[in-house]
Design a protein around this ligand. Sequence first.
Ligand SMILES: NC(=O)c1ccc[n+]([C@@H]2O[C@H](COP(=O)([O-])OP(=O)(O)OC[C@H]3O[C@@H](n4cnc5c(N)ncnc54)[C@H](OP(=O)(O)O)[C@@H]3O)[C@@H](O)[C@H]2O)c1
Length: 245
Amino acid sequence: MPDLEITDTTALVTGASRGFGRGIATALSRAGAQVTGVARDRGPMDELRAELGGSFTAVAADAADPNVAGRLIDACKPRILVLNAGATPLPRPIQQHTWETFGRNWDVDVRHVFGWTREALLAPLAPGSIVITLSSGAALRGSPLSGGYAGAKATIRWLTSYAAQESGREGLGIRFVSLLPQLTPATELGAVFAAAYAGRAGGPAGDQGPALTPERVGQAVIELVTGTDPGQDAYLLTAAGLRPL
Ligand SMILES: NC(=O)c1ccc[n+]([C@@H]2O[C@H](COP(=O)([O-])OP(=O)(O)OC[C@H]3O[C@@H](n4cnc5c(N)ncnc54)[C@H](OP(=O)(O)O)[C@@H]3O)[C@@H](O)[C@H]2O)c1
């Protein structure tokens, strides 16, 4: 499968307004892609558009809405699709969750990855395209203060692997890769859980060692898009970089 040239390529990033998604959209835009970003709150998206200029198109929409996935896949035909949007679960031990708060990341994170992945396979995206999904290191280690988060993120990893298999079976030439980032206090979501675990354990916030930054996540996405490891469908991501799983 040919490596993707980023210059003038179409990219679409969900959850682009802040955190990892903003880092990814910025990296792709600076590498020359035409980037469409999706998030619900229009204000931060307009700020990003002002920063990145004409290479960035802001769409204020709910990425978990299947109509949004269908409409934007048809309109943008992205060669690079990054499914990053995610909800921040309530930071509470399991007995303090209700079924609804426990399932929050299934309703947003999993539902959106399911819908967009389905659209990407059915469209189908052009051969040589890549779909990158945001799972989490929590999928490997658990996350006892975030309800169903770790299970939802493990499901995203499996869903992505199943899609990679279907792409291969159908000869579509679409790569599907999941990223499992370490917990970092450098984003709104991560800061909530770094503080929650620090408070619980009485230890330092986040994982030991340097923190993963949105800029490093953006760089990792560029490495995946331009890299030559088509058989690999999941990577752990820390401040030190990508590690195949
Ligand atoms: N930070 C970490 O430590 C960490 C570790 C591992 C994995 N992750 C995963 O990485 C991804 C990004 O995390 P982050 O830390 O950057 O989170 P964040 O700072 O809270 O940003 C989340 C982004 O997703 C958007 N979003 C949320 N729900 C949405 C919806 N229904 N439709 C469209 N956009 C939506 C938000 O914008 P709006 O609210 O305006 O919609 C925002 O742009 C998530 O999937 C997260 O689970 C994060």
